[in-house]
Design a protein around this ligand. Sequence first.
Ligand SMILES: NC(=O)c1ccc[n+]([C@@H]2O[C@H](COP(=O)([O-])OP(=O)(O)OC[C@H]3O[C@@H](n4cnc5c(N)ncnc54)[C@H](OP(=O)(O)O)[C@@H]3O)[C@@H](O)[C@H]2O)c1
Length: 326
Amino acid sequence: MAQSLIGLVDEKKGMLRSLGFDLRIVSVSDSKGTAVDVRGLNASELLKCKKSEWKGYRKYAAGYGALEAIRRIGSDVIVELTPSTMNGEPGLSNIKAALAAEKNVVTANKGPLVVAYRELVKMAKENGVKLFYEATVGAHVPVFCLVESCFKADELQSVSGILNATTNFVIGEMQKGKRFQEAIDEAVKAGWAETNYSDDVDGIDPARKLVIMANALFGEDAKLKDVKIKGIRHIEALVREASRQNKKVKLIGEITRNKGKLQMTVHPKQIPIDDALATVNEGNMAIKFTFKTSKEIFVSAQFLGPRQTAYAVLNDIVRTRTESIC
Ligand SMILES: NC(=O)c1ccc[n+]([C@@H]2O[C@H](COP(=O)([O-])OP(=O)(O)OC[C@H]3O[C@@H](n4cnc5c(N)ncnc54)[C@H](OP(=O)(O)O)[C@@H]3O)[C@@H](O)[C@H]2O)c1
């Protein structure tokens, strides 16, 4: 996705300039090293050289790690896009280093926020910088921006959403008559699933998103262990029964309150055909927010892949300049 972002920054250079934003990419780190040019790296050169494993590219230093680059290279914003892991690393250390160095942080990486949401938000405040993470939940589906900017005077009561593109695609294939394994094979072939798809089909990915929403939108101190999780490996009978009843099956992530206590669940659920969530097909994602006064607000987005996540990240980069809140 970082490559989509680099392409997008280049493509939107003119538009960003018209917003008073002269965006320069001064360094890019991957797992093996860092490319640096404080005058600005050329996007097409970066993309070409990454493809050929940086062969002959003089601006790339093998062994120069991301942490060192964050601490040493002057920049206003650090974009953290390493893989989402259970212990949050290496993203957690990268984000902490950036905040400690008084740099704004934009991330799509759920891992660090699931493990240390409160600590990171506190660090950002104490260091007078911003921490934006819109793309962590539902890629470009507006979640935090929407709730924070449009519903300040309302009270969020519950959230219910289709939060994982891979499983929505897989269940859709099963509803066309495929067995679970055939549907997964199709998802891998179509680029909707990685070959290691367990975080998706076992419900871990949507559970991480619930934890971030519980912490950011409900002011909780939730952890992944607090989420009741059921994945989609054994739903063939449920899908058949739903078809007989003219219903859809969706993997739903829910946050509700029961006697004042927040409950988080991820589970495959039969959805009546006239429910808005039943209309969300393929790899698309959607969230239904229920507010005390505004009642139901439904947001759905067509998700086609990393370019749209990259867009949400780029928008957050712009917000580091245009917004004053943390
Ligand atoms: N793809 C999406 O649409 C999407 C949507 C929402 C959220 N996200 C989240 O965004 C993040 C990035 O997603 P992705 O799809 O781009 O993942 P990805 O394809 O696995 O890319 C991860 C990148 O991180 C680099 N990396 C790994 N370890 C590193 C380290 N120790 N230091 C520096 N770089 C390191 C990798 O470098 P190498 O190239 O050297 O391996 C690679 O470039 C993930 O946390 C993901 O969950 C992605």
